[in-house]
Ligand binder design. Structure first.
Ligand SMILES: Nc1ncnc2c1ncn2[C@@H]1O[C@H](COP(=O)(O)OP(=O)(O)O)[C@@H](O)[C@H]1O
Ligand SMILES: [Mg+2]
Length: 258
């Protein structure tokens, strides 16, 4: 034995995109949306993704989340290459690694809130839990996001902010490592925007989730300690608050008021 302690290798990024290219169109070469985009996100980061409408932000989240496998380049998420997985591996990856939140909540109107939240588990044939156990687990997650008292309600009877909390609970149900939020406050008024975003910040800070937030709202972007701006299909700027400066970012966003 040499006696020297080997240095621990630097932690691999949780999300690692290299030279990502994505086209849409009939012949596959009509609309070149992502053009050699590279990005690394470490575990525990909270990153705003900004860019003009149509710049490929949703496309990017869909690729990271395994919803879209038609691209060129390398995508590694949570230590695995997302491309080429079987359907079963892919749904396992999406279930356990990724939680998605969308602008338009996408709740099922005919199901009670609690059943909307445990819906993802219906697609996990490997876990045989009773409906009562699933509902109990869903209620715990609803409690975490402050909306357990609406567990028996239908989504149509909830406000926009409450619906988004339910959608967040659904995204959290399988304890994902990464939360992908596509304009999560885009359908909410400004006050509800703040409370829902407070929750998302809390999930990053207290629960340690890695969060990517696509947003066009400046105040929301400023509250993220890192901000990635996409232009012409690649990362145009990548700003970080200095370490330990998070509270400053929050305060600045609060003061901006524009
Ligand atoms: N399923 C699709 N089929 C064809 N074109 C698409 C599809 N999804 C998005 N696009 C096009 O790709 C570009 C980027 O879209 P998107 O990723 O939704 O942008 P953003 O979320 O930044 O507004 C746009 O020009 C859009 O019209
Ligand atoms: Mg979009």
């Amino acid at each position: 034995m040499s006696g020297s302690v080997p240095e621990a290798p630097a932690a691999a990024p949780l999300i690692h995109l290299t030279d990502l290219d994505k086209w849409y169109g009939e012949d596959g070469h009509e609309n070149h949306v992502l053009r050699g985009l590279s990005l690394e996100v470490a575990r525990g980061e909270m990153v705003a993704i900004t860019g003009a409408s149509g710049s490929g932000k949703s496309t990017l989240l869909n690729i990271i989340g395994g919803l879209d496998q038609r691209y060129r380049g390398q995508v590694e998420v949570a230590g695995r290459r997302v491309v080429g997985l079987t359907d079963r591996e892919l749904s396992r990856f999406r279930n356990r690694t990724i939680g998605f939140i969308f602008q338009q909540f996408h709740l099922l109107p005919h199901l009670a809130v609690v059943d909307n939240v445990c819906l993802p588990s219906w697609f996990r044939p490997d876990e045989k839990k009773s409906r009562a156990d699933l509902r109990a687990a869903a209620t715990r997650v609803l409690d975490r996001v402050g909306i357990a008292h609406k567990a028996a309600s239908r989504p149509n009877h909830l406000s926009g902010g409450e619906r988004q909390r339910v959608a967040i609970a659904r995204a959290l149900f399988n304890h994902p490592e990464i939360l992908l939020c596509d304009e999560p406050t885009g359908a909410l008024d400004s006050q509800t925007t703040q409370t829902v975003f407070d929750l998302i910040v809390d999930l990053n800070k207290k629960d340690g989730l890695t969060v990517l937030v696509v947003t066009h709202e400046r105040d929301i972007a400023r509250r993220c300690p890192r901000r990635v701006h996409i232009v012409d299909g690649h990362v145009h700027s990548d700003e970080r608050d200095p370490p330990g400066d998070e509270s400053l970012g929050v305060a600045a966003a609060g003061e901006a008021g524009s």
